[in-house]
Design a protein around this ligand. Structure first.
Ligand code: 48H
Length: 261
């Protein structure tokens, strides 16, 4: 079969559809910053509930810290309390020991199934975009969107002004550095916020309190995953990912309830 296109058609097709997508995504229900385990899980549940959900990821790949496994070994563990989430997304696992509450899964399977599930429900995931600031309104104080830049521009060191996206809720799923909360704490001084960072390892406690503390930071801004640990100085837990999945599910429930008021 002969083909009829030239290089100009390739360019036009990409720019036309990408521009349409980007214009549509300037106003969404929820922006999730970071496509790690907590962000992808939040994206899965929010899009499942029908919210217009955009996940922005600075890298050109998804999964965040899942890919690194435990010290690069390609297996990670998930406590049994997050078994339902693994079942729901069709992620296979082994039972480590009947008397110990740990399931063992593989890094590639978890990251791909989480990403697949979120996208399959309608979440949009864009790579190579970094969130460098938030949009806020005062009186009453509220986060109303994010300020974005191509990651490649950030890496280049060039001064290029950003573009903005409006959102009814922004979720910081940026991991250990809690980047979005840190930006808010640094720039909106009247909020009197600070980000102390996570505490040293105490896996079972870290798993539990992180899910409990997951939720709203200020109006319009929420936290999930290790960003919660950084904001509340909670213990880290190492390569066990149940609290990341449960935190993503919990933040989705909280955001969903707030947006439905
Ligand atoms: C766009 C950004 C930006 C930005 C960062 O690190 P992650 O995997 O985050 P979590 O919280 O979902 O999962 C944490 C887990 O992977 C982990 O590290 C654990 C459990 N550690 C325990 C321990 O003891 O060490 O993913 C965050 C994602 C990454 O893909 C970043 O590239 C991305 O967010 N990101 N994307 N704009 N400003 N900042």
């Amino acid at each position: 079969m002969s083909v009829s296109f030239d290089e100009r058609d390739i360019t036009r097709a990409i720019i036309k559809y990408a521009s349409q997508d980007l214009i549509d995504l300037t106003d969404v229900d929820v922006v999730i910053v970071g496509a790690g385990p907590s962000g992808l899980t939040a994206g899965y549940y929010l899009s499942k509930k029908g919210f217009k959900t955009l996940i922005l990821e600075r890298r050109l790949s998804l999964g965040g810290g899942i890919g690194g496994g435990g010290m690069l070994f390609h297996r990670i563990v998930v406590a049994k309390n997050a078994k339902d989430i693994l079942d729901e997304i069709g992620c296979k696992y082994d039972i480590y020991d009947e008397n110990i509450s740990l399931l063992v899964t593989s890094t590639s399977e978890l990251m791909i199934k989480l990403g697949f599930s979120a996208i399959n429900n309608g979440a949009k995931l864009l790579f190579g975009i970094s969130v460098e600031d938030v949009i806020y309104r005062d009186n009453p104080s509220r986060i109303t969107g994010v300020v974005t830049q191509w990651s490649a521009v950030q890496l280049s060191g060039l001064h290029v002004d950003p573009l903005m996206i409006k959102a009814r809720a922004v979720i910081d799923a940026t991991g250990h550095d809690a980047e979005i909360i840190s930006i808010v704490a640094k720039k909106i001084k009247e909020l009197g916020m600070s980000v102390p960072g996570e505490k040293s390892m105490y896996a079972s406690k870290g798993e539990e309190v992180l899910v409990e503390k997951t939720g709203k930071i200020i109006d319009g801004l929420y936290a999930t995953g290790m960003a919660v640990a950084a904001y509340y100085n909670l213990p880290r837990m190492g390569p066990i990912f149940s609290s990341m999945l449960l935190s993503g599910k919990r933040v989705a429930e909280i955001v969903s309830s707030d947006l439905s008021k």
